[in-house]
Design a protein around this ligand. Structure first.
Ligand SMILES: CCCCCCCC/C=C\CCCCC/C=C/C(=O)SCCNC(=O)CCNC(=O)[C@H](O)C(C)(C)COP(=O)(O)OP(=O)(O)OC[C@H]1O[C@@H](n2cnc3c(N)ncnc32)[C@H](O)[C@@H]1OP(=O)(O)O
Ligand SMILES: Cc1cc2nc3c(=O)[nH]c(=O)nc-3n(C[C@H](O)[C@H](O)[C@H](O)COP(=O)(O)OP(=O)(O)OC[C@H]3O[C@@H](n4cnc5c(N)ncnc54)[C@H](O)[C@@H]3O)c2cc1C
Length: 642
């Protein structure tokens, strides 16, 4: 089937500009010409140590070739080059670029930039972000690592009081990093001032051996990210200079006077940054799995429809389309709302760092808390459907989908466990409903203004604005229902914390609906702004799949469920309309075969030949008879014959 649009033009929409889309193609082509930058053999055949070694080898090779391929100052080009060469299984710089440098920029003073930023950017030092502990991840107020100020030497003494206080999980901490931003409780004269970020050297810059007072290592294999070295870290009264408290916002004077930050949570900026970028990151993972599944579905033939002389492509089955197409729509929706969220984050950082204005922090915290939770969960769902859509071959590592899944669902946990973050958004929604109840609707932010709208009669949606209206109504009702349930318990004498817990499931439902509404609205807004009519029409088909699928999926929140019949029909017809463009919508992401690392999803479509070659290359097939057969199996069979 031929598509009705040009994938290069769609790539420009996906990546935000024609220039970046074409630079991505050039970068992929450049990488394809440099064998040193390719995996030396398929990653799924490697054990953990081989993977870590391979990632480190490629990283060093990449560092060497990088200036010939990209403008080192161009962040987007760098990101693409990294994805192409390093893939998604982790590497020594994984946290350096994502949290260490951004953490230093967000929290460090100009003087501290002078000291560490240039060195970090040149990769003279490698850093990570060490916050989570063995005993606590979500509840930051119970972190146990301490940084006690000693005015006599103008030093902080960093200490791990017990095993639960060991830092645990930080990416690239175990073996690669020689520096870390360590989040520890600042203690001045026995007063605990809460978690603050400190720059801490962990290893000797010459020998790479841990410094005296530091215990550091790798935490072992994980569901994914096994090319990376997530680590543990303990401190035994380890001293660092006063100047190592990252002090753009909070300061300690030499005599121990504490100068507090303009907002209590301003130190969380590195986390907010990653959460703001997660929608686009997850969209990219979802699109990876979908292109594999859709390419395969366009080659695989199984069973018959009308023509009994030739089996049908499995992509023509309505169930296959229902399984895959709503996720294509979500991948695009996540990209578009992700861009919008990143813009909001960039604006906030400018406001905070340049003008000391922290007024937008609560809004962005609420938004990104909900967004990271919904997007990671739905991405996981979509990838798992993509795997099942490939039948048995999806289960093989040749598809690479299980690796993508493992990486993606890590996002449900890191940067704030999803339930915990949904409950953060719920606090904001409850406060908003309380404002309305107290006659203060004017104080509502624009994203929650709909919570004050009166209920209207539900009617079959015909235009996109009708879908938004219905979604707003469902979301509003759920926010009100959850808030009223919570307030009723409080009014009945239940403590706020217990009442909150007794309402928590309803509260998370409200957060999901609010977030799904945001995703839908940004998707519609972006597609409506596209000038190229041809592209806009294709994306409009995708939006149709999205709005109908989302509404059906949330149908239990409608009062009049009879509406669902017509929505179902609209969904089935929009799936059918999308069929000719489905593959090209994913080809528009322009992932190279090198980047995809999927035998099943290669561009050439020679699925069966490629699978056979892959199987033959399995290390188990190096000899016809394995030593384990000689050692155990044959003697067992021989014994049975006696
Ligand atoms: C290109 C860039 C990157 C792209 C990435 C895309 C894909 C990446 C792929 C691979 C990379 C993998 C990288 C993985 C790296 C992982 C790193 C980590 O996981 S780091 C550790 C992260 N840890 C957490 O997220 C912990 C979660 N917990 C919290 O954040 C907090 O504890 C909390 C749950 C939010 C609660 O905060 P706290 O206890 O501090 O607050 P309270 O005292 O309870 O609340 C008081 C009020 O403050 C509000 N609040 C909390 N946080 C904020 C904030 N940041 N901003 C504004 N307001 C905040 C809170 O809501 C309370 O408000 P009220 O209700 O009182 O009004
Ligand atoms: C791949 C990966 C990479 C990571 N990288 C880093 C890193 O670079 N640096 C770093 O510092 N950390 C990192 N982490 C750690 C990560 O940030 C934490 O695992 C995460 O914040 C969750 O904390 P936790 O593990 O303590 O879970 P817990 O908080 O113990 O959660 C366990 C369960 O308890 C529930 N729960 C907890 N609190 C509440 C509550 N208040 N209300 C309701 N339910 C609750 C949760 O919903 C969940 O179901 C990484 C983790 C992973 C998986």
């Amino acid at each position: 089937m031929t598509a009705t649009f040009d994938t290069d033009r769609m790539a420009a929409v996906i990546y935000g500009s024609e220039k970046l889309a074409s630079r991505r193609r050039e970068i992929s082509a450049a990488v394809s010409r440099i064998p040193e930058l390719h995996d030396s053999r398929p990653l799924p055949f490697m054990d953990r140590l081989e993977k870590v070694t391979e990632m480190t080898r490629k990283l060093a090779a990449l560092n060497k070739h990088l200036p010939d391929i990209i403008d080192p100052n161009d962040y987007e080009e760098g990101l693409h080059l990294y994805h192409e060469v390093m893939g998604m299984e982790g590497h020594p710089l994984a946290l350096h670029e994502v949290m260490f440098i951004p953490g230093l920029i967000g929290q460090g003073s100009d003087e501290q930039y002078e000291k560490w930023l240039g060195r970090a950017r040149r990769r003279e030092i490698i850093g990570c972000y060490a916050q989570t502990e063995l005993g606590h991840g979500s509840n930051l107020r119970s972190l146990e690592t301490t940084a006690s100020y000693d005015p006599s030497t103008r030093e902080f003494i960093i200490h791990t009081p017990q095993i639960t206080a060991l830092k645990w999980w930080p990416g690239a901490l175990g073996k690669s990093s020689n520096y870390a931003i360590v989040v520890a409780n600042l203690i001045i004269r026995d007063r605990n001032l809460g978690p603050h970020p400190f720059m801490v050297q962990l290893r000797d810059e010459e020998t790479h051996r841990p410094l005296q007072g530091i215990t550091v290592g790798d935490i072992g294999p994980k569901m994914a990210f096994n090319g990376g070295d997530n680590g543990f870290l303990g401190f035994d009264n380890y001293r660092i200079p006063l100047g190592n408290l990252l002090n753009r916002h909070a300061r300690v004077e030499e005599d121990g006077i504490y100068v507090k930050p303009p907002h209590a949570k301003v130190g969380h900026s590195a986390m907010i940054r990653v959460r703001s970028h997660m929608a686009t990151g997850q969209a990219w993972l979802l699109a990876h799995s979908l292109i594999i599944a859709v390419r395969y579905s366009a080659v695989r033939r199984q069973g018959f429809l009308e023509d009994k002389t030739r089996e049908v492509k499995i992509l023509d089955y309505q169930t296959q389309q229902y399984r895959l197409f709503p996720s294509i729509a979500r991948a695009y929706a996540f990209i578009f709302c992700g861009f919008e969220t990143i813009r909001l984050y960039d604006q906030l950082i400018l406001d905070v760092n340049k003008h000391g204005n922290t007024s937008g922090m609560a809004d962005l915290h609420a938004l990104t808390s909900g967004l990271k939770s919904v997007v990671t969960y739905q991405t996981g769902e979509g990838i798992e459907q993509a795997r099942m859509a490939c039948g048995g071959h999806g289960y093989s590592m040749a598809s690479y989908i299980s690796e993508i899944y493992g990486v993606a669902i890590g996002g449900c946990t890191y940067e704030g466990e999803n339930m915990v973050m949904l409950l953060q958004l719920a606090r904001y929604l409850v406060k908003s409903v309380e404002l309305i109840k107290n006659g203060k609707s004017k104080e509502l932010g624009p994203m929650v203004a709909y919570l004050a709208e009166p209920d209207t009669q539900e009617k079959t949606p015909l235009e996109l604005k009708d879908y938004v209206k219905l979604f707003q109504m469902m979301s509003k009702r759920q926010s009100w229902k959850a808030t009223e349930r919570y307030l009723k318990l409080v009014e009945g004498g239940v403590s706020r914390d217990v009442a909150w817990n007794k309402t928590a499931v309803e509260l998370t439902r409200a957060s999901r609906l609010h977030t799904r509404l945001y995703i839908m609205e940004t998707f519609i807004r972006r597609v409506s702004s596209i000038e190229d009519m041809n592209l806009r029409m294709v994306l409009r088909d995708l939006v149709n799949v999205h709005v109908n699928y989302e509404l059906l999926d949330c149908g239990i929140y409608l009062h009049d469920v009879s509406l669902l019949d017509s929505i179902k029909n609209q969904l089935y017809s929009s799936l059918h309309s999308l069929r000719p463009n489905a593959l090209s919508l994913l080809d528009s992401f322009q992932f190279s075969d090198i980047q995809l690392r999927s035998v099943l999803g290669r561009r050439d479509g020679h699925v069966y030949e490629n699978l056979f070659e892959w199987a033959k290359s399995s290390p188990l097939n190096v000899s016809d008879v394995l030593p384990s057969v000689d050692r155990y199996l044959r003697p067992m069979m021989e014994k049975a014959k006696l």
